[in-house]
Design a protein around this ligand. Structure first.
Ligand SMILES: [Zn+2]
Ligand SMILES: [Zn+2]
Length: 280
């Protein structure tokens, strides 16, 4: 069984409106791309910040900029007009766990994808990305601090119990050496996150999206993946596609890497219950 659970039905573009992309025809395009790639399990996980309900969780300028759509309408659309699993991509925001839990509890998701996109108030995956006005914010901190904070938060996200899948675990590396890049070996920073992951029940995402980014490698690093496997954590496979042609992006290589790391089964979700299915 192959899965692609971390999918977006539209690009990260404010002009990509719900009414144009949350359609049965668009969902069908993703389904067809998945079928062609041999992917049986498909689900969507729209970013929480695109829904006005996210402002109850966090009144942050980034959320205010994006929050236009209705979360209940999205859920109803996925359930009634598509054959896709229903998920959502949430930010882990320390101190806001209760509000996040309330938002999750109010909807019948098949799975919840948890991401660390923010280190404090700053967006990690746009650091060094000139398209975002705050992309240079990390220069106010040293790279060592950014990485240290990022992996602390990743550990807290795992331990919070809020999420079924921990997304793109070492996302902080996304921009490669044009973003924050500390001198120390990455393993030094992983330690705190791995300790928390060991105590958690979360599935670890293997995401092929990093191959489309300046870093040019999947998330997480192969050595990080091996550590998670050794800890007995289940692995969830996704592409983080934002277009149909990104569904199952570089999955042949991904399956090879997963096999090399000792992964024989991957996580499958339904109404927030997890089971493991053999990797083909
Ligand atoms: Zn993400
Ligand atoms: Zn995503």
């Amino acid at each position: 069984m192959l899965t692609d659970y971390h999918l977006h039905l539209r690009p990260d573009d404010e002009r990509a409106r719900a009414r144009d992309h949350f359609t049965a025809e668009n969902a069908q395009r993703y389904r067809e791309a998945a079928t062609a790639a041999g992917i049986g399990e498909l689900g969507v996980s729209e970013h929480v910040h695109r829904f006005h309900q996210s402002l109850v969780v966090w009144d942050h300028p980034w959320y205010r900029y994006w929050a236009a759509d209705d979360l209940d309408e999205y859920c109803a659309f996925v359930r009634e007009e598509t054959d896709l699993k229903l998920g959502i991509e949430l930010d882990y925001l320390p101190g806001r766990e209760e509000r996040i839990a309330e938002l999750v509890a109010a909807h019948d998701f098949d799975y919840v994808v948890g991401s660390v996109h923010f280190v404090d108030d700053t967006i990690v995956d746009l650091l060094g990305d000139a398209r975002w006005r705050d992309h240079d914010a990390w220069r106010r901190y040293d790279p060592d601090t950014v990485w240290r904070r990022y992996f602390e938060l990743l550990g807290q996200a795992a331990r919070s119990g809020l999420f079924d899948i921990l997304a793109h675990p070492d996302l902080v590396k996304v921009q490669g050496r044009s973003g924050p890049w500390p001198e120390r070996d990455p393993r030094f920073y992983w330690e705190v996150a791995l300790e928390a992951i060991a105590e958690s029940d979360v599935a670890i995402e293997f995401s092929t999206a990093g191959w489309r980014k300046p870093i040019g490698e999947p998330y997480p690093d192969a050595a990080f993946l091996r550590e998670c496997v050794a800890l007995g954590r289940p692995i969830a496979l996704s592409s983080d596609a934002h277009r149909p042609d990104q569904v199952g992006f570089r999955y042949e290589e991904a399956v090879e890497l997963l096999r090399d790391a000792g992964v024989e089964r991957i996580a499958v979700f339904e109404r927030r219950a997890r089971r493991l299915e053999p990797l083909p």
